[in-house]
Design a protein around this ligand. Structure first.
Ligand code: MN
Length: 319
């Protein structure tokens, strides 16, 4: 069902955009303030845009053209690909139509300060728009399919994918067991084998989903809160879902692993005092005393099956 865009009188648009404009100072932010309508359009279908916004907390702004404005929701975990997993969508103020092409840096200290990038854009077919249900079929380059948004209380809505998950989608496994080194005989032929350094650190399996990272030890102990510095891995990977198998190490002088860091010392310290321990271990480095934590990643070619210890087609670790 293709629904043509309804044209809204300018006065109504201005009224809808009043909250947007009141939050921003046009002299300080590069964001558009909403010009007059009349731009050339490629399609009769309304537009949608999803903007990745690296504000205080990473989120994706989901905007649908409706009655002359972009009706907007902030999605902390992005658009769900899995129909079994609904994502929170916080309803925010209507944005002007020309916001749909905005990318840039909102200065720190301004409303929504941080980097904005277009993550996807395209057109949509409107199937239903009521105060309690917005149903659309998106035609984007990263996201396509039928979605519904519905309120759950106050500004909080949920977004649900109504179509089956896109082809090739694999849900993140709950657990992945890392492949561990075992004693053995070195192969006589090196071809087809990879050698890995035996790092003296903490093995961590990281699950990255919706820009957030969750880290478990090889014994499934929660590591996330012990290593807040690795949150930036989630920020860096954005909407990309993946499992990373790595070893957390403390770097001493360049390219050398320093001592004084062992799994045992992490487990012995209760979570609350771990942050105090961290303060004595600066993440920034200086030329004289250089201590920082780094993650060394092992190849982890699978995100399925929850078991990385017996990968087929890959020889066991020889060391
Ligand atoms: Mn935002």
């Amino acid at each position: 069902m293709a629904t043509k865009r309804a044209r809204a009188p300018q006065m109504e648009t201005d009224r809808a955009l009043a909250p947007y404009r009141s939050k921003r100072n046009a002299a300080k932010t590069p964001e558009p303030m909403g010009g007059r309508a009349g731009k050339q359009r490629e399609s009769d279908l309304p537009v949608f845009v999803i903007q990745e916004h690296h504000a205080r907390a990473l989120h994706w702004d989901f905007r649908l053209e409706h009655e002359g404005v972009l009706v907007s929701w902030a999605l902390p975990k992005g658009v769900p690909e899995d129909p079994k997993s609904n994502h929170l969508a916080v309803h925010t103020e209507d944005h002007p139509l020309d916001y749909g092409s905005f990318e840039g840096e909102i200065p720190a200290g301004e409303y929504g300060g941080g980097r904005v990038q277009i993550w996807d854009q395209g057109h949509f077919e409107l199937q239903k728009w009521t105060p309690t249900e917005v149903m659309v079929v998106l035609h984007g380059s990263r996201v396509s399919g039928r979605y519904v948004l519905f309120p759950t209380g106050g500004k909080n809505w949920m977004i649900h994918r109504m179509d089956p998950a896109p082809e090739g989608f694999e849900p993140l496994p709950d657990r992945v067991r890392p492949m561990l080194a075992t004693p053995g005989v070195l192969p006589t032929d090196d071809a087809g084998w990879a050698f890995e350094v035996k790092w003296d650190g903490v093995r961590a399996i990281s699950f990255v989903d919706g820009g957030r990272i969750r880290m478990l030890s090889r014994n499934d102990k929660e590591l996330t809160s012990s290593f807040p510095e690795f949150r930036q891995i989630g920020e860096f990977l954005g909407a990309r879902q993946c499992v990373l198998d790595g070893e957390i190490v403390v770097l001493g002088s360049p390219d050398r692993i320093s001592g004084g860091f062992s799994a045992a010392s992490i487990w012995r310290v209760p979570p609350r005092s771990r942050s105090r321990v961290r303060l004595r271990r600066p993440v920034t480095s200086s030329s004289t005393s250089c201590t920082s934590r780094a993650m060394h990643y092992f190849p982890c070619p699978t995100t399925s099956g929850g078991d990385n210890s017996s990968r087929s087609g890959s020889p066991g670790r020889p060391l």
